[in-house]
Design a binder for this molecule. Structure first.
Ligand code: HEC
Ligand code: HEC
Length: 185
């Protein structure tokens, strides 16, 4: 390459304020937007806060974000068959006792805006149904990631607890939502 071009590339590389290359690779691996415009229903299963953070550069800035699915019957459900769980409360309790409830929307997504909830780690979390009964509870504490999808990847494996699943009855009709795509473990 010419000296001039080399200089331009050098300037671009050294002045870039983008996040770490690792984060950029992870974001790229999540793929393009699926069909519609980005919305609260998009990218189910993905690590929301990776993008929705100062380092990720996407507004709104979220402190917590993730997606709920129903239990599979055989434990090996294909991504296409994952059934979003709407209308459940995800409860997060931080180490100072601050509690936040987030209701999962029609595609199972839930989130908290950082301006409303800035948790102090580690966090405890559990899922409650409409009548307030706990359906599932995470035994260990979340050390620092606000994205449930940074650990909860499909399939269940020694590296992942599987997606966040709700042990409750599924409705008959599956909502029309993007097919989940996960972070590469
Ligand atoms: C790969 C990056 C990425 C991931 C992962 C991601 N988002 Fe987004 N999200 C975006 C972008 C880009 C926008 C559009 C922002 C804009 O319009 O300025 C957006 C927009 C949004 C909005 C605002 C929609 C509106 O109507 O203004 C919400 C809410 C949202 N995302 C929630 C989530 C949730 C919940 C998750 C995880 C389940 C998630 N996002 C995962 C990139 C991402
Ligand atoms: C640091 C990795 C990590 C993050 C981040 C994480 N989890 Fe977990 N989660 C796990 C592991 C590992 C398990 C299995 C062992 C346990 O329960 O502690 C688990 C288990 C669970 C369970 C119980 C599963 C069952 O089958 O009943 C629920 C519910 C849960 N997590 C919800 C969440 C929610 C909601 C978030 C985001 C707010 C989240 N987790 C973020 C690692 C994580």
């Amino acid at each position: 390459m010419t000296a001039r071009l080399f200089l331009l590339v050098l300037i671009a590389l050294t002045t870039c304020s983008c996040g770490s290359p690792l984060r950029a690779d992870a974001i790229d691996s999540l793929g393009e937007e699926q069909g519609e415009l980005p919305s609260e229903f998009h990218r189910p299963g993905q690590p929301c806060v990776l993008c929705h953070s100062a380092a990720g550069g996407v507004d709104p800035i979220l402190s917590i974000g993730g997606t709920l699915f129903f239990e599979s019957t055989d434990g090996t459900e294909a991504k296409e068959a994952l059934f979003p769980a709407a209308g459940f409360a995800v409860v997060v309790i931080d180490s100072e006792g601050q509690e936040r409830q987030m209701l999962s929307n029609d595609c199972g997504n839930f989130y908290a805006l950082e301006k409303d909830f800035k948790p102090v780690y580690p966090l405890a979390t559990e899922i409650r149904n409409e009548s307030g009964a706990v359906t599932n509870k995470m035994v260990s504490r979340i050390g620092r990631s606000g994205s449930c999808g940074s650990c909860h990847l499909e399939q269940k494996s020694p590296q992942s607890p599987g997606v966040v699943r709700v042990a409750d009855a599924k409705p008959d009709d599956k909502p029309n939502c993007p097919i989940p795509r996960f972070l590469k473990p």
